[in-house]
Ligand binder design. Structure first.
Ligand code: EPZ
Length: 436
């Protein structure tokens, strides 16, 4: 519901966006790496940390526990030697999902931890049962009362953990707990996203013994102590993918400095199938526009598949592709809610409960509208739209940049949680965007 005097972005569509944009550090690596700083009393220096809402909240949580933080233009130093509290304050209830990752580091420091209720985008039920089961297997006792988690453990022990699904958060939680645990931990059916590898690289630089084996298996040999380190956060492949869609859909041309081919292979393949031209250059990727976009069928998946956070900008591309496209979302059960507003703007998108993909997913026969049929191209007209979640937020910006007329977008704080200086970056590319 809109509140009085709410901030809004007013965007005039139909202008080709051209020029260069520098991709920021990845939100979904930086926030976890800040938590990892709690695993040592020595200083950890992180570079390329994005200046976004979720990082601010994570830094506030660390400060509140007693850590000293120096933050200057993307360079953050964390000194956790003065941490005195085992309790992530209730003031951080429902802000985001990062607090659950404090479990392991706080248990190592204090043998107990209190974690407030979690927030995060509403794109499905998003339980943390895998996290809790894994930590229990490693020796933690955990209770949950009124969505507050209380945990105890004399010393976490290495264990063999088989995840029911390759969950990003559960893999990170076990990693952060295993590096200082007694003995070896094996995580099977683990997530292997580039952001997790980046976290593993920081942990290794801090003195951890950690390796990735075949078949989604992480092996972590616990050590007694970790030390300070320096680390550069990898570039945000979700932000880079979003600018690719902006270039293609506004008939522009954008060089995304810092975009990495290695972490975007599935996205680039999908772009090529749709017909968006791009050039891999030494220090980034140049995305262009196509005369005609082709409809395709696509499924989201865990890495190395087409990631669920790329789905929203890509659906925008498909609204302007010729023919019938199909997108099967297999990671979250409820990640198409944002398409209602796109329909209002003129997109032809129908949602279905069936698995419209090459294989059935976990949501087969479970009444979730997790497949989309998109018929294009249809012209888009400006609208007054409210952002429901972070990644949908960028796709609404794209819709407004494409639509004829001036769109008004509200609930913009959500987008500022995850994208650094988004208004400044779009303006630099030529967008007509006002903040009220
Ligand atoms: C991370 O969420 C990201 N968030 C998400 O990005 C991203 O979409 C997701 O990974 C998948 O890549 C952060 O890194 C902060 P999961 P996470 O555990 O860790 C189910 C964004 O916009 N599951 O891999 O919460 C879960 O419900 C966000 O930046 C359980 O059932 O995702 C989901 O269906 C949105 N039980 C699936 O697994 C559990 O205990 C994958 O979730 C854990 C997960």
């Amino acid at each position: 519901m809109e509140t009085k005097n709410e901030r809004a972005y007013l965007i005039t569509g139909g202008i080709p966006l051209k020029g260069e944009v520098r991709v920021s550090g990845a939100k979904n690596a930086a926030t976890k790496e800040l938590v990892a700083c709690l695993l040592t009393d020595e200083k950890v220096e992180l570079d390329n940390v994005p200046q976004i809402g979720d990082v601010e909240v994570t830094l506030e949580m660390l400060r509140d526990l007693g850590a000293k933080i120096e933050s200057n233009n993307g360079h953050v130093t964390v000194d956790a030697s003065g941490v005195t509290s085992h309790e992530v304050s209730a003031a951080f209830s429902r802000k985001n999902r990062i607090p659950i990752l404090f479990l392991g580091p706080l248990l190592h420091r204090f043998k107990e931890a209190v974690i407030p209720s979690l927030g995060g985008c509403i794109i499905g039920a998003r339980p943390v049962d895998f996290h809790l089961e894994a930590l229990k297997t490693m020796g933690a006792e955990i209770t949950c009362d009124d969505s507050v988690y209380k945990a105890h453990a004399k010393r976490l022990k290495g264990a063999v953990i088989e995840l029911p699904f390759p969950s990003v958060g559960a893999t990170e939680n076990v990693m952060l707990s295993a590096v200082l645990a007694q003995g070896t931990t094996i995580i099977r059916n683990a997530a292997i996203e580039p952001e997790i590898e980046d976290l593993a690289m920081l942990l290794q630089a801090m003195g951890a013994i950690i390796r990735l084996e075949v078949n989604r298996t992480w092996v972590i040999e616990g050590v007694d102590k970790l030390h300070g380190a320096k680390h550069r956060v990898l570039p945000d492949r979700i932000e880079a993918a979003s600018f690719a869609a902006v270039a293609a859909l506004t008939h522009g041309e954008i060089f995304v400095r810092g975009a990495e081919q290695a972490t975007m292979i599935s996205y680039l393949n999908a772009l090529r199938r749709v017909g968006v031209p791009f050039e891999i250059l030494e220090d980034g990727i140049l995305f262009k526009s196509a005369d005609k976009l082709e409809a395709i069928a696509l499924e989201t998946d865990v890495h190395p598949g087409f990631m669920t956070d790329w789905q929203q900008p890509f659906v925008m591309l498909l609204t302007q592709a010729h023919g019938v496209s199909v997108v099967h979302e297999t990671v979250y059960e409820d990640r198409f809610g944002y398409t209602d507003a796109l329909r209002q703007m003129g997109a032809n998108i129908q949602l279905h409960k069936e698995c419209l993909g090459s294989k059935p997913c976990r949501y087969q026969n479970r009444d979730y509208r997790h497949s989309a049929i998109i018929v294009g191209p249809t012209p888009l007209k400006a609208a007054d739209i409210r952002i429901p979640d972070l990644r949908a937020g960028f796709s609404y910006l794209i819709a407004a940049l494409v639509a004829q007329g001036e769109s008004r977008i509200t609930n913009v704080e959500i987008i500022e949680r995850g994208y650094e200086d988004i208004v400044g970056k779009l303006k630099k590319l030529g967008a007509e965007i006002k903040v009220t």
